[in-house]
Design a binder for this molecule. Structure first.
Ligand SMILES: Cc1ncc(COP(=O)(O)O)c(C=O)c1O
Length: 354
């Protein structure tokens, strides 16, 4: 902002070109990270929510059918419900009590008019990891496109989209990619065409009253936030320097410590997969305790930031049995330590004893 505080792709002066170079460098680096061979097919948005809206409403038409699941975040659920009012049919296949969706359920829900299979890779409530490799194959066999909400997995799992058969991948910049809030992206596989959410100034093709066809301009009307994208590139550089394996190893260590400690607390119920792969979110309830009060006390008395309630994903709680009160969710990050987890567990034990 201090050195190149101008709009990219607008003027031909050196500062604007430098801003465009920053945007291009971020786009190319992210395209490499997500295995997108043509970087113009990686679109910048403001959030995973915007990316999911673009994918869902840009693709679907009346008469189309979508298969999703009973454990989706509102960021996908609400765009799908909006489509229900526009003549699109949606089947929400049930997940099991641990929040895991099976590819067999997805396969069983496919119809000749299924245009899209859409679901989150990892749950922000239970930490459940869905078998997206298998689901991609099921979707492709059924002639449907595959949209992945990677809000909880981008920067944690390797997601080479073209190799994995992911046609559309939505991710925020501000979680596992360590970028600033207000950044997001959507990858769009070759051959997939979408209607834009917004039309307007794109910097080029100015004489036409119609939105340009070429990517990424088609989906990036209005001035792009260069400073935030420079931050996103710095975040991605950190992920690449650290390595996904090291990031995941740290995550696993802390989550395992957390799970063991929580399971040893009398009256505490831990949700999500009891074994196998898990992402960073761990949810629990404590008998007789309101999650909102527990969350408030952890913050005000111990300075521990957790989230309490439904976490924008009410259907997950209906599935795992914690509706309507929700859960307390602890989500350790790469910069937490084993001492932080021990401090949290000690605080929780104290609060539950009082
Ligand atoms: C699974 C899931 N999907 C989508 C989102 C929305 O992300 P954003 O805030 O970038 O729109 C979140 C945010 O927490 C999430 O956890």
């Amino acid at each position: 902002m201090r050195e190149i505080g101008v709009a990219p792709g607008r003027g031909g002066y050196r500062q604007s070109l430098e801003a465009a170079r920053i945007v291009f460098a971020t786009r190319s680096a992210l395209a490499g990270f997500f295995g997108v061979s043509d970087s113009s097919r990686l679109i910048f948005t403001h959030s995973a929510t915007e990316s999911l809206n673009l994918a869902v409403s840009g693709l679907l038409k009346a008469g189309d059918h979508v298969v999703s699941s009973s454990v989706e975040h509102n960021a996908l659920l609400r765009p799908l419900h909006l489509m229900l009012g526009r003549g699109v049919e949606v089947t929400f296949v049930p997940a099991d009590r641990e929040g895991v969706v099976s590819e067999r359920e997805i396969a069983g829900a496919l119809r000749p008019n299924t245009r899209l299979v859409a679901l989150a890779h990892c749950s922000n409530v239970t930490g459940a990891v869905q078998p997206i490799g298998e689901i991609a194959r099921v979707a492709a066999r059924g002639g449907a496109l595959f949209l992945v909400d990677a809000a909880q997995s981008a920067g944690y799992f390797s997601l080479p989209t073209e190799e994995m058969g992911i046609d559309l991948l939505a991710a925020p910049g501000h979680k596992g990619l360590f970028g600033p809030p207000g950044t997001g992206l959507l990858t769009i596989a070759r051959g997939v065409t979408l209607e834009p959410l917004l039309v307007g100034g794109t910097g080029g093709s100015a004489s036409s009253p119609l939105q340009p066809e070429q990517l990424p301009e088609r989906f990036e009307s209005g001035t792009i936030n260069t400073a935030a994208l420079a931050g996103l590139k710095a975040g991605l550089d950190f992920v690449l320097e650290t390595g996904l394996e090291a990031i995941r190893a740290k995550g696993k260590l802390l989550v395992e410590q957390l799970l063991q400690g929580l399971r040893a607390c009398p009256g505490v119920t831990v949700y999500g997969p009891s074994q196998g792969e898990r992402a960073g979110a761990v949810s629990f309830t404590a008998e007789g305790e309101d999650p909102a009060v527990l969350g408030y006390r952890l913050d005000s008395e111990y300075d521990i930031s957790v989230r309490a309630g439904l976490h924008c994903a009410p259907d997950v709680h209906r599935t795992i049995g914690s509706y309507p009160g929700g859960t307390v969710r602890v989500s350790p990050g790469f910069f937490n330590s084993e001492a932080d987890i021990e401090f949290f567990l000690k605080a929780l034990r104290e609060l539950l004893r009082r």
